[in-house]
Design a protein around this ligand. Structure first.
Ligand code: NAP
Length: 451
């Protein structure tokens, strides 16, 4: 859908008016363009005092060719200063060395000048150690306090920028590159204030230009909207794609599948024989399973019919569980597979008129969290991506005033695009992303809902 206010606020006249009236001023977000190779298009500054900066430094030259450090000569890099340095596109701060409350001032000391030196759509990643990984109460509290810092900085950074906190487990340092490639590039355009945990993972991406080469992926609800964007993005990253949608969408489905060099499977995922149909449709099995098909049937609970309740639970929650189990039982989900469930911030924050939908999406998060340890035994990861307001047919159907509120009530003052959710799914689908499992990542521009 067209966000006319975004276009207006970025016009010459609009910019002046929006500024004079103190209205939300959404910045046009940069997005990944096919063919691009460097994740960071500009200068990157790395700082902080722990051991994770060292691990991250090994990947710096592959992220950008303009690297700076907070101390002259660290990692062989020149020092960046606010007076002489170029505008910064990306910041990495290693906070893992902070173990005492009085050291927290190092956050201010590093970020205060750096924030003033940021260019457009800057990316910030804070690296840390999970609080639960230390027995030292104060050190654990200091590491936990970083959540407050990154979430607040996400609200202050403006310019279309974003900020994330990554807790890196012992042995997970090797997976930092994939994480930095996602969070420091425009692929994470609409993801902000997220806290994720990396654990060790033996799988690795072989070719960063086609990280999903040799993988076969199934995407449900793939004829349009977010599902179509996911299929396109997985295909861009080298996967062979199988697109599934309702029989009524067969033409659109087959058209897109042909364009992506994949194939379509037209079926209703809630049909009584859906599990058997799907197993038959996937003779060679899959490596990547994306449960994206979803519906809304909004009514307040007082007016909620059986049909509205059951249809939403069946499509959004029951079908992903039943179909995943069927593929597992039939040996069609390969070892080291990647399962991604599309949840929603409604499943985190709740939403008026959406008890059925919020139940289904919170349940999907439950599937990811509770299935992760079981599937982990076969190297399979399962995660949930929770979109906020994304510009699709689903949100176009929302009444105007509620739609406008949904668009603006986030740190980026705008809705996201299907591509933003798709990039997150494609990252979770990578071999090295087995380092993440049982987690929920919001793609919501740091929505105020359930933040
Ligand atoms: P969409 O445009 O409505 O596309 C969903 C697709 O799934 C449609 O083609 C739909 O077919 C299909 N589908 C529905 N029921 C099915 C079934 N029983 N079997 C097979 N396919 C079925 O939705 P979207 O906006 O792209 O959303 C995709 C996912 O993101 C959903 O899970 C949604 O809940 C989630 N999400 C979206 C937003 C947002 O802002 N758009 C925010 C949070 C979460 P029909 O034409 O029959 O409906």
């Amino acid at each position: 859908m067209n966000d006319r206010y975004l276009a207006f606020a970025n016009s010459n006249a609009g910019r002046r008016l929006v500024g004079a009236l103190g209205l939300p001023a959404p910045v046009r977000l940069e997005r990944w363009m096919a063919g691009r190779t460097r994740p960071v298009d500009g200068a990157l500054l790395i700082g902080g005092s722990g051991s994770l900066a060292e691990a991250a430094s090994a990947a710096l030259n592959r992220l950008t060719d303009q690297n700076f450090a907070d101390v002259e000569g660290r990692f062989g890099l020149p020092r960046w200063t606010a007076e002489h340095g170029p505008k910064l596109k990306a910041l990495i701060f290693d906070a893992s060395g902070l173990t005492r409350f009085e050291q927290l001032i190092e956050l201010r000391d590093f970020f205060q000048p750096a924030i003033k030196g940021l260019g457009k759509c800057p990316k910030v990643v804070v690296l840390a150690r999970a609080p639960e990984a230390t027995k030292d109460l104060v050190a654990a509290s200091v590491q936990r306090s970083l959540e407050g810092f990154t979430r607040s900085l996400g609200k202050e950074i403006r310019r279309g920028g974003n900020v994330q906190l990554i807790y890196v487990g012992k042995g997970a340092e090797e997976q930092l590159e994939g994480t930095l490639r996602f969070f420091l590039s425009p692929k994470s355009a609409y993801v902000s204030a997220q806290v994720l945990r990396l654990t060790a993972c033996a799988e690795k991406v072989q070719d960063w230009t086609r990280p999903l080469a040799g993988k076969r992926a199934l995407v449900t609800g793939a004829s349009r909207g977010i599902g179509a964007a996911i299929a396109e993005t997985l295909a861009r990253d080298g996967a062979e794609v199988i697109l599934l949608d309702v029989p009524q969408a067969k033409d659109a489905l087959d058209g897109l599948a042909a364009r992506l060099g994949g194939r379509g499977v037209a079926m209703d995922i809630t049909a009584d024989d859906a599990a058997g149909q799907l197993v038959d449709a996937l003779p060679e099995g899959v490596d990547i399973l994306v449960h994206n098909a979803g519906i809304t049937r909004d009514k307040t609970l007082a007016k909620m019919s059986d049909d509205f309740w059951n249809s939403v639970i069946n499509v959004n929650l029951r079908a992903p569980q039943v179909l995943t189990q069927a593929l597992l039982d039939a040996g069609k989900l390969h070892d080291n597979g990647r399962v991604v469930l599309i949840a929603s911030i409604s499943g985190i924050a709740g939403n008026l008129g959406q008890t059925n939908y919020a139940v289904s999406k919170a349940g999907v998060i439950g599937l990811a969290q509770n299935w992760a340890p079981v599937l982990g035994k076969r190297g399979i990861s399962i995660n949930a991506v929770a979109p906020g307001f994304i510009e699709t047919q689903m949100t176009a159907a929302i009444p105007l005033t509620i739609r406008e509120a949904g668009r603006r009530m986030n740190s980026m003052n705008q809705g996201g695009l299907p591509q933003d959710v798709a990039e997150a799914v494609a990252w979770f689908a990578q071999p090295g992303s087995g380092a993440l499992t049982g987690q929920v990542m919001r793609v919501c521009g740091q929505s105020l809902l359930g933040a």
